[in-house]
Design a protein. Structure first.
Length: 540
C-alpha cells in the first residue's frame, strides 16, 4: 500500500509540474504553426521553429526524465495515472537530445513547410494551384495537357528534396543516438505499433485484396485506354485522375456533378448539428478557402485542448472538398467532445489511427443515399440508385487508397533504412509493383518528395490505412444502432451520441487497439475488412 501511495504521490506531483510548464508552451507552438500554414513568411517560419523547439526542450530535460523514470510504474494502481506515465515516458524518451539537435530539426521542418506552402507549380509559363492541376487531371481529355499538369505537380519535389533528405538524416542520427536502428523504428515504437505486426497487416491486406485489385485494375486500364485512344501498355501516370493515384474518378457516377451546387460549409454545419455535435464555434475559427502563400492541403489543429480547435481547408465546389471538409471536422468534433475534466495529457485522441477512423467515417457520408437526398436536391429514388453505384465507388476508392498506402508505407520504411540509396528508382519500383502504374520513360526525378507528408507527418501514412479499417467497423456499429444500411446510413442524434460516448469522451485513456475493440465491439481485423470489400463486390 505504501509503495502504491508513494508512486501515486510522485506521479501527481510530476504531472502537476509538467502541465504548468507545458500547456502555455504547447499552445504557443500550435498558434505559431497555424500562422505558418496561413502565411509562409520568414518571420512565421522562424517563430514556428522556435516555439516547437521550446516544447521539445521541456521533454528533453534530463532531470525531469530521471524523475519520471524513477517513479515505480508497476505500483500505480490508478489506471489514469498509469496511462499518463506510459505516454509521458514515451514522449520524454524519444526527445532526450541536445538543444542544438532539436533546434536544427525544427528549423528544417518549418523551412520545408514554408517551401511546400509557397510553391506554386508552373504550367505553360503561368503559376497554378494544386486545385487547378487536380481539375485538369480529373476532367481533361487532352493527354498532353494532362502530362503537363502531372509533371508540374511534381516540381515541388525538386524544390524540397535536398532539405527533406537533410531532415531524414538528422532524424535518423537522433534515433540512433537514442538506441534505435533508425527514425522509422523509433516512430512506430512511440506510436505503440510493432513493425512486424504492421508488416503482417499490410501483407494480409495485399493478399486478401489481390483478386479484387487485379479485376479492378484490368478493367480500369481498359477504360482509360479506350478513353485516351492508346493501348493499355501505353498508359502513363497522367492518364489517371489523381496526381498520386491515391483515389480514382468513377466512370459510372460523378459525385462532383451530384454536389456541384452543394455548399460544403453549410452542409458540414447541418450534418453535425443533426448528430447533436454542433460545429458553429469550430467553423468560426476555421480558414476554409485558398489564397497565395497558404498551405494548399487540409488539416485540423487542437490549439490548447480546451476548445480552441482550428480547421484549414481550400474549398472549391464539388464532392472532393465536401468530403474533405467533413473529414477534417470529423477530427475537430473528436477533439471538441473529449471530456474536459480529463487530465491534460489524456485530453487528446487515443491515437492518429482513431482520429483518422472518425474522420474517414464522416468523409464517407456523401456516398450514402440519405445524405444525397438531403444535400444534393435530387429525389430519393434517384439517390437510392446513385448510392448503390457510390457504394461500389467506395470499394474502388478503398482498393486504390490501400495500394497507395502500401507505396507510402514501404517507401518510408526504406527511406529511413537507407536514405543514400537510389530513392527515385525505389519510388517507381514500388509504384509499379503496388499500384501497377508504368513509370515514364527515362524519368529520374524526386517524385516521392512531392508528397508533403514525408516532411510534415513522418511515419504517419499507415494511420490512414488502419483508420480505414477502423472506420468500416465504426460504420457497422452505426448501421446496427440505426437499423439502417451502409448505403442508407441514418444521420441522427443516435449516431452522434454513439460517437461522443463510445469514441470521443475517453480521450487517450485507452491504447488505440483497445479503443477500437471497445468502440466497435471487435478488434481491428484485416480479414474482416477484406471480407467487407468482397461482400460489396458481390452485390454488383
Amino acid at each position: 500500500m505504501q509503495r502504491a501511495e508513494t508512486a501515486s504521490s510522485q506521479m501527481r506531483t510530476f504531472i502537476s509540474d509538467y502541465e504548468r510548464e507545458m500547456e502555455p508552451l504547447a499552445k504557443q507552438a500550435a498558434l505559431a504553426h497555424w500562422q505558418l500554414q496561413l502565411q509562409s513568411s520568414v518571420h512565421n517560419q522562424q517563430a514556428a521553429a522556435e516555439a516547437a523547439a521550446l516544447v521539445r526542450m521541456v521533454l528533453a530535460d534530463k532531470a525531469k526524465w530521471n524523475l519520471l523514470r524513477n517513479i515505480d510504474a508497476n505500483a500505480l494502481e490508478d489506471t489514469t495515472l498509469l496511462r499518463q506515465h506510459t505516454l509521458l515516458a514515451t514522449s520524454f524518451r524519444i526527445n532526450q537530445l541536445e538543444a542544438d539537435e532539436i533546434a536544427e530539426m525544427e528549423e528544417l521542418r518549418s523551412s520545408l513547410s514554408a517551401r511546400y506552402n509557397m510553391h506554386r507549380a508552373k504550367m505553360n509559363g503561368e503559376e497554378c494551384s494544386d486545385n487547378h492541376l487536380d481539375e485538369i487531371l480529373a476532367n481533361s481529355q487532352d493527354s498532353l495537357e494532362r502530362q503537363r499538369a502531372w509533371e508540374a505537380s511534381k516540381t515541388v519535389g525538386e524544390v524540397a528534396e535536398e532539405q527533406l533528405l537533410d531532415l531524414v538524416r538528422l532524424r535518423n542520427r537522433c534515433a540512433v543516438k537514442l538506441g534505435y536502428r533508425n527514425y522509422y523504428e523509433m516512430a512506430l515504437d512511440a506510436q505503440e505499433i510493432r513493425q512486424e505486426e504492421l508488416s503482417a497487416v499490410l501483407k494480409d491486406l495485399e493478399d486478401g485484396c489481390r483478386p479484387l485489385w487485379v479485376r479492378f485494375r484490368n478493367g480500369l486500364d481498359a477504360k482509360l485506354a479506350a478513353q485516351f485512344a492508346v493501348s493499355p501498355s501505353e498508359l502513363m501516370p497522367w492518364h489517371h485522375s489523381n496526381r498520386f493515384f491515391q483515389t480514382v474518378k468513377q466512370s459510372d457516377i460523378n459525385l462532383d456533378e451530384v454536389y456541384t451546387h452543394t455548399d460544403a460549409v453549410e452542409t458540414t454545419r447541418t450534418v453535425f448539428q443533426a448528430m447533436g455535435l454542433p460545429v458553429d464555434d469550430l467553423l468560426a475559427r476555421a480558414d476554409l478557402y485558398e489564397r497565395v502563400g497558404k498551405c494548399q492541403h487540409a488539416f485540423c489543429l487542437n490549439v490548447d485542448r480546451k476548445g480552441d480547435i482550428r480547421v484549414l481547408c481550400n474549398i472549391t465546389p464539388g464532392e472532393r472538398w465536401l468530403t474533405t471538409t467533413l473529414h477534417e471536422f470529423g477530427h475537430a468534433v473528436y477533439d471538441k467532445f473529449i471530456k474536459i475534466d480529463l487530465p491534460y495529457v489524456l485530453r487528446r485522441p487515443s491515437h492518429a489511427i482513431t482520429t483518422e477512423a472518425v474522420a474517414l467515417f464522416m468523409g464517407r457520408l456523401p456516398s450514402t443515399s440519405k445524405f444525397m437526398a438531403t444535400f444534393s436536391g435530387r429525389s430519393e429514388p434517384e439517390c437510392s440508385v446513385l448510392a448503390s453505384r457510390a457504394e461500389h465507388g467506395q470499394l474502388t476508392h478503398q482498393l486504390v487508397f490501400l495500394h497507395w498506402c502500401m507505396v507510402m508505407t514501404h517507401f518510408e520504411r526504406e527511406l529511413y533504412s537507407n536514405p543514400g540509396q537510389d530513392l527515385n528508382n525505389l519510388w517507381w519500383d514500388l509504384v509499379e509493383h503496388y499500384q501497377r502504374i508504368k513509370r515514364p520513360p527515362h524519368r529520374n526525378k524526386p517524385d516521392w518528395a512531392a508528397k508533403i507528408h514525408f516532411a510534415s507527418s513522418p511515419v504517419y501514412y499507415h494511420s490512414y490505412l488502419l483508420g480505414e479499417m477502423a472506420a468500416s467497423q465504426i460504420t457497422r456499429s452505426a448501421v446496427q444502432l440505426t437499423s439502417s444500411s451502409v448505403r442508407n446510413l441514418e444521420i441522427s442524434p443516435a449516431v452522434g451520441n454513439y460517437l461522443q460516448t463510445k469514441l470521443f469522451n475517453s480521450g487517450a485513456t485507452l491504447r488505440w487497439d483497445r479503443w477500437v475493440a471497445e468502440a466497435t465491439g471487435s478488434p481491428l481485423s484485416a480479414a474482416s475488412f477484406v471480407n467487407d470489400l468482397h461482400a460489396i463486390e458481390g452485390t454488383r
